[in-house]
Design a protein around this ligand. Sequence first.
Ligand code: SAM
Ligand code: SF4
Ligand code: SF4
Length: 375
Amino acid sequence: MKAFTLARVIPLVPIDVDDAAEHTLRAPAVKPNELPLRDTRLRPLRDLRISVTDRCNFRCVYCMPKEVFGKDYAFLPRRELLSFEEIERIARAFVGLGVEKIRLTGGEPLLRKDLEYLVELLARLRTPRGEDVELTLTTNGSLLSRKAQSLLDAGLKRITVSLDSIDEAVFQRMNGVGFPAALVMEGIDAALRVGLAPVKVNMVVKRGVNDTQILPMARHFRGTGVEVRFIEFMDVGASNGWNMKSVVPSSEIVRRIDAVFPLVRTGREKPSDTSVRFRYADDQGKIGVISSVSQPFCGDCTRLRLSADGQLFTCLFASRGLDIRKPLRNGCADDALRQLIADLWTRRADRYSEQRDESSITLDQSKVEMSFIGG
Ligand code: SAM
Ligand code: SF4
Ligand code: SF4
């Protein structure tokens, strides 16, 4: 495989925010028979990922390396962040447009004060058919042992915890701040104990850094009800020093586990799922692999991301987003808000991961960071 060192960018279709807001203030509302919204590649809008903060207490080597995200790094000032009420209003517009799943993320979402209140607001949302929205959260788990119960009480049903190794030395090196794996595992236990279900664990695999941990992680969580999702190290952002040699393809991950614990492929549960599932042949649970690099799944990508300062990104690898905070704070009506989103989605053509190998892509260093728009 070819080694890449430069970041690549698929620019979003540019929409001038002021023009867009002006236009949508006059535009007719999206009609129910126009739902679900489909982009230029006929992909429906189904998933919204909401970053509630760009800050994090970890400095994972593949996401916020401490050499880049040092003490002088300029994080968003408080006033730039969307309030919980603003987030709820935007989320409600999305749900009205066909979104069925919302994931809270960050940065580290549990660092945002009173996050439970936002969970409460979002848990009340219903789809146009009156169904619950699937509400979940991705966390590094550092605060989870104290927060699992209050998150459940607020209406969270499921949770994903990131854990890249059960070996203390490997994990502490990887998270960049020496945070103990044992405390994250306490968080996972707390989530299971209070009844968040399913509990999933994300492990980003980086060759030469934690690939020796693939089997220990599989062994540790087999039979516990926790599904480990092994994620290929991605070239998100412009600061994690990504190169192809550091990627362990999912096929290799599956081979390594299957050699010890035989696996049966069960595939994707929904076409838009990021992970392909396998079950242990002896019925000791499931694992998933997320092959963003080796087997891209842009063709079924139904995800849109909202940054903590109110920008909409139609691809994880975008360089810029559409500011929705400005029209919102300028008094934009609900219909206009929905139209703004509809205009953005129906013009969407992103397929970065599929194009990674295509030489025609513009080289660019300005891709937005994963910690800014969330995973
Ligand atoms: N801080 C929370 C956490 O770590 O779970 C939520 C935000 S984090 C950006 C969301 C997910 O993205 C995590 O599971 C993380 O491991 C994953 N991630 C971050 N950088 C990545 C990269 N370069 N390649 C693949 N996954 C990455
Ligand atoms: Fe923080 Fe999550 Fe990024 Fe790690 S992956 S640095 S925990 S935002
Ligand atoms: Fe979706 Fe962009 Fe990732 Fe492709 S590269 S799966 S379009 S977020």
